[in-house]
Design a binder for this molecule. Sequence first.
Ligand code: ADE
Length: 225
Amino acid sequence: MRIDILTVLPGLLHGPFAESIVKRGIEKGLVEVHLHDIRKYTKDKHKRVDDTPFGGAAGMVLAIQPIHDAIQDLQSQRVYNEVIFLTPDGERLAQSRVNQLSLCGNILMICGHYKGIDQRLRDKFVTLEISIGDYVLSGGELAAAVLTDAIVRLVPGVIGDEMSALTDSFQDGLLAPPVYTRPADYQGLKVPEVLLSGDHAKIQKWEEDQALKRTQERRPDLLHG
Ligand code: ADE
């Protein structure tokens, strides 16, 4: 899988991709993540990438030319399964969408800033608009990092224990059950007896019951959705 990200602040994304799961996916050769600085594409003599909006509203808008040229340059090199714009007015991200995106070969993400990007770019190129929640970030970069992490961990081979991603919260429409590790008794804080029983059927039943209970208590909307 290859992910290309268009941003005016590539430095914001170096850290998240240089650690943990995404780093591992890249090192194993299973994933490529390429950051592209939108500023490199501007033809403005002062290297500006933003401008004031028509109509006189407050704030700035990322201009059409640099992003248009960047997308055309990247699309001339490969076909993208999805061109994703990260924006608070996009589709609220859910695990089902992440699962679908993890099957893509090439994904292009565009990070907005200020008031966003010129609407004509959205109309012409963008195939999917994603929000990571009902709040406003300063730009799309942290949302792109979240989306990339969620996708990359599902690419086969990236996570060592193949079962582990499948048993995440949300994968079966339920939250995950509580987990414990050694010691079984820590200063009087005890692990539930059933987990020490060695009875796999009983343990599985307990975990399913706990997942259901937790979902009922914390996210009843998942059960009725
Ligand atoms: N850009 C700014 N806020 C955002 C959000 N909540 N989700 C995705 N992109 C954003």
